[in-house]
Write a protein that binds this ligand. Structure first.
Ligand SMILES: Nc1nc2c(ncn2[C@@H]2O[C@H](COP(=O)(O)OP(=O)(O)OP(=O)(O)O)[C@@H](O)[C@H]2O)c(=O)[nH]1
Ligand SMILES: [Zn+2]
Length: 196
């Protein structure tokens, strides 16, 4: 049981008053949350986003990536639907951490793409582990999702752990002149589906 449920509270936002559920990762002390809205335990597929932490994009308005826009779009979509869940996973920098992401950004400032930068630092292109999702979803009694993502590997990771991904919903937003290369590398090297 690597993830332990701790507590829930309200999280009012400009779009909806979400319920915020806190979990502790026993293996590494990371603190993950789920934002939920509506009755997600009724057995019907839940509109969901598995969002990887990006301090720079989610909190500091960075235009280097599309994370902040995606998070906002997902929260808005769930508010519109009146029902859904966002798993906010603390796997910053595709799992390499914030300080290593800054090192990777420095290499990208010098011309590397996101994959080359990770590899130059001795990391894989994507070091994320989604295994904790299963326990978090189980706790919330979610067995089936409509997943908002462009990343087919994220879909497969959830399917491989027994989650029924009934549909993938593209989440294309936040394109700008600063993240053109970043988005092109995601499509070209990481398999993200940016065309639909
Ligand atoms: N190592 C590294 N991580 C990055 C970089 N840019 C963004 N990230 C991290 O990438 C994660 C988001 O992953 P993305 O590849 O943008 O998107 P995704 O989650 O795979 O796919 P979507 O569900 O479509 O958003 C966050 O943890 C960011 O901190 C980068 O240049 N290098
Ligand atoms: Zn980002």
């Amino acid at each position: 049981m690597p993830v332990r449920y701790i507590e829930s509270s309200k999280l009012p936002t400009q779009w909806a008053v979400f319920e915020m559920h806190g979990f502790e990762d026993i293996d590494n002390n990371k603190e993950h949350i789920v934002l939920s809205l509506g009755d997600i335990a009724d057995g019907e597929p839940v509109l969901a986003r598995v969002h990887s932490e990006c301090l720079t994009g989610d909190a500091l308005f960075s235009l280097r990536c599309d994370c902040g826009s995606q998070l906002q779009a997902a929260m808005q979509a769930i508010a519109k639907e009146g029902r859904g869940a966002i798993l906010y996973l603390r796997q910053e920098g595709r799992g390499i951490g914030l300080l290593n992401k800054i090192k990777a950004y420095k290499l990208q400032d010098q011309g590397a793409d996101t994959v080359e930068a990770n590899e130059a630092l001795g990391f894989g292109a994507d070091m994320r582990d989604y295994s904790i999702c299963r326990e978090m979803l189980d706790h919330l009694q979610i067995g089936a999702v409509q997943l908002m993502t462009n990343n087919p590997r994220k879909v497969k990771a959830l399917q491989d752990m027994g989650i029924n991904v009934v549909k993938r919903i593209p989440l294309r937003t936040g394109e700008n002149s600063h993240n053109e290369k970043y988005l092109a590398t995601k499509a070209g090297k990481l398999g993200h589906m940016m065309d639909d």
